[in-house]
Design a protein around this ligand. Structure first.
Ligand SMILES: CC(C)(COP(=O)(O)OP(=O)(O)OC[C@H]1O[C@@H](n2cnc3c(N)ncnc32)[C@H](O)[C@@H]1OP(=O)(O)O)[C@@H](O)C(=O)NCCC(=O)NCCS
Length: 189
């Protein structure tokens, strides 16, 4: 495996991390299999700025030769979040029950194209999720991102359902995955 350095931070990241994350995001998500609109870049930057002010926010960054090559970040969901209501199929009440500290939302993850396949994505998630105290994690991924969904399944995430349709959101539906038992490391399949 190639050498890379991983750093983890809780709370608001430094400005150079913010710039690097936005640059990687725009590079990675501008193009198939992802949907992109003229507002995507700005909306992502605004969401990152807003989320990073949440005290429960944390981010992992991967560096190769001093250059940022990947990131993963998220935050704790408040008990009144709407993730489960947005899935049309009924879900067990024991599953949808929420309390403060039950669920971590993985909001974004990306590794630059040239450095994929070196274990960086797995290491980013293992470190980020391993640092959390929540019981489980949730994420949403675009239905067209088949390779990404295979990556998540290899790491033990389970598909819960497809949410939406959301008016004014591109794409209008997303596949929702859950990883239970965050204290356990992801399986090395
Ligand atoms: C998904 C992504 C983060 C994976 O990063 P990565 O550093 O290449 O992944 P890793 O090298 O850590 O791979 C971990 C495992 O997943 C597998 N895997 C990774 N990408 C895969 C793919 N496209 N298809 C199938 N399996 C894949 C690897 O083979 C590896 O399996 P192994 O440990 O059993 O050998 C990266 O491809 C990426 O940034 N994609 C575009 C952005 C994206 O989809 N972000 C998530 C949005 S929700």
């Amino acid at each position: 495996m190639s050498e890379f350095v991983l750093e983890l931070r809780g709370g608001t990241p430094p400005e150079d991390w913010f710039t690097s994350i936005c640059a990687i995001h725009d590079d990675v998500f501008l193009g198939e299999p992802f949907a992109w609109t003229p507002d995507t870049s700005q909306e992502n930057a605004e969401e990152l700025r807003r989320l990073s002010e949440d005290p429960s926010f944390s981010v992992a960054m991967a560096w190769q030769g001093g250059e940022p090559v990947g990131y993963a970040y998220g935050h704790r969901l408040p008990p009144g979040h709407g993730w489960w209501r947005a899935i049309p199929e009924p879900l067990p009440a024991a599953f949808t029950a929420e309390w403060d500290g039950r669920t971590f939302a993985l909001v974004s993850l990306a590794v630059v194209t040239d450095w994929r396949g070196h274990g960086i994505g797995r290491t980013l998630l293992d470190n980020l999720l391993g640092s959390r105290t929540e019981e489980r994690a949730v994420l949403s991924v675009q239905p067209t991102a088949l390779g990404t969904q295979e990556f998540y399944r290899r790491l033990g995430w389970r598909l819960i359902g497809r949410n939406g349709p959301f008016a004014g959101i591109t794409p209008p539906r997303w596949d929702v995955y859950v990883l239970e038992h965050l204290s356990r490391p992801s399986p090395a399949l």
